[in-house]
Design a protein around this ligand. Structure first.
Ligand code: AMP
Length: 412
């Protein structure tokens, strides 16, 4: 079995990894770290939850420690504030035995403290594109010394409309550098970006790009849309759900559901882009430290969220893109744990489920919860889908995901 020491990491990093209680490198770490240590460009197709952050941070920190130049020499660009904060925390953990200084800049908080930190001197800068451009325009940071660049979650940066900002930033970084690009999927815009920015990269693909983490048990509950709220309350009360991340389609639905569950006596918080940065951080912190056990989020805010011990992901609304489904359910079963992903599916969402199953290449078992049976019309829509799902399965077009139940079953 490969160890971290086999990958060529220096003693300080090895001991930080030991302190983090990582026993062996994950596949992306095993493949990316030795290559990145040589200074070669890397194009990696890997989801969050695979250990990709350490896959780029460990070699980056090692290469930074080996040079004694001053100023910002490594830049990590990532799409959301939460991801930026998480990467900064990982950099602190992995870099604790080095003298390297890292800083994180993202929007929604005042510029002053960030400017002060940048003035004190920074080796590694982690940033969201918009706030970094603010700093660049004000002249509070210079990227002229950057020789390692990481583009993290490049597909999400594209989805969120950040690629023009990323390209503006790229023009301010020396061409002579190492670039590592990480993306869960490879839409053609990201391929173009990779083509423009990487020099003879080594390509690494971990798993099929849209395969959900194998250790997540998935289930669908067929339900009328107006019954979803009560079904969720019922599941929270009876489903042995410890730490639950619930996804809704919109901010308004997240707020309404949060209010409703709070009125039912649940300890619940909401996380979405309509909240101030302070409120987002507070919601996330209380979810992390157990102050609340239900967090209701929209896709944007929860992207890449890394919270240990999420026992259940609930899709209160089924996402209309399969990639979002895969990202959402990847929030549970992080690293080696297992987890459950429950989707509450109303009749108007059956087509989304079909598309998800087509992309993930599997059938998700569908059940009905006693007391929340949908009406006959809704059931017919599900059964039509069930029939076509069974036919597709029989033809070998798709494979079953979990052996739990076939067709519509009742559950307690
Ligand atoms: P990431 O994909 O970078 O978001 O990492 C997912 C989670 O896996 C984080 O909580 C990491 O702390 C954890 N992790 C990363 N590498 C390892 C490893 N080699 N062994 C165990 N856990 C790890």
């Amino acid at each position: 079995m490969t160890t971290f020491a086999d990958l060529g990491l220096m003693p300080g990093l090895l001991s930080a990894v030991r302190d983090a209680e990582y026993e062996t490198p994950t596949p992306i770490q095993e493949q990316a770290i030795p290559i990145a240590l040589t200074g070669t460009d890397v194009l990696a197709c890997a989801q969050t939850g695979t250990g990709k952050t350490a896959a780029f941070l460990l070699p980056l920190l090692q290469r930074l420690s080996q040079s004694d130049r001053k100023g910002v020499r490594a830049l990590v660009l990532t799409p959301t504030r939460e991801l930026a904060a998480q990467i900064a925390e990982s950099a602190r953990v992995y870099g604790k035995h080095s003298r390297l200084r890292s800083a994180v800049v993202f929007g929604g908080v005042s510029l002053g403290a960030q400017i002060a930190q940048l003035r004190r001197g920074v080796d590694l800068l982690i940033a969201t594109p918009g706030r970094l451009l603010d700093h660049l325009e004000r002249g509070t940071v210079s990227l002229s010394g950057v020789n390692i660049l990481v583009l993290d979650e490049a597909d999400r940066m594209f989805d969120m409309g950040f690629l023009p900002d990323v390209r503006r930033i790229l023009r301010l970084i020396p061409k002579e550098r190492q670039t590592l690009l990480f993306s869960a999927t490879m839409p053609k815009e990201v391929e173009h970006l990779a083509h423009e920015t990487l020099k003879s990269p080594t390509t690494i693909t971990i798993g099929r790009k849209t395969t959900p983490v194998e250790s997540v048990r998935q289930v669908l509950y067929a339900v009328e849309s107006e019954q979803k709220r009560d079904l969720l309350s019922h599941l929270l009360a009876h489903g042995h759900m410890r730490q639950v991340l619930v996804f809704t389609r919109t901010k308004i639905r997240a707020d309404r559901l949060t209010k409703h569950l709070a009125q039912c006596g649940r300890r619940v918080a909401a996380l979405h882009g309509g909240k101030s940065q302070g409120a987002r951080t507070e919601a996330l912190n209380s979810f992390r430290n157990g102050g609340v056990d239900v967090l209701i989020a929209t896709d944007l805010a929860a992207r890449g969220l890394d919270v240990d011990g999420i026992s259940h992901v609930v899709n209160f609304d089924v996402p209309n893109t399969p990639e979002d489904y895969v990202h959402r359910i990847g929030r549970t079963a992080r690293a080696s744990a297992t987890g459950d992903a429950i989707s509450l599916v109303s009749s108007d969402e059956v087509s989304f489920v079909r598309e998800i199953e087509r992309v993930i290449g599997g059938v998700i078992p569908c059940q009905v919860v006693k007391g929340f049976e949908p009406g006959a019309d809704t059931l017919r829509r599900f059964e039509r889908t069930e029939t076509s799902r069974s036919a597709r399965m029989a033809s070998g077009a798709i494979r079953r995901f979990t052996p739990r139940g076939r067709g519509l079953r009742r559950s307690a």
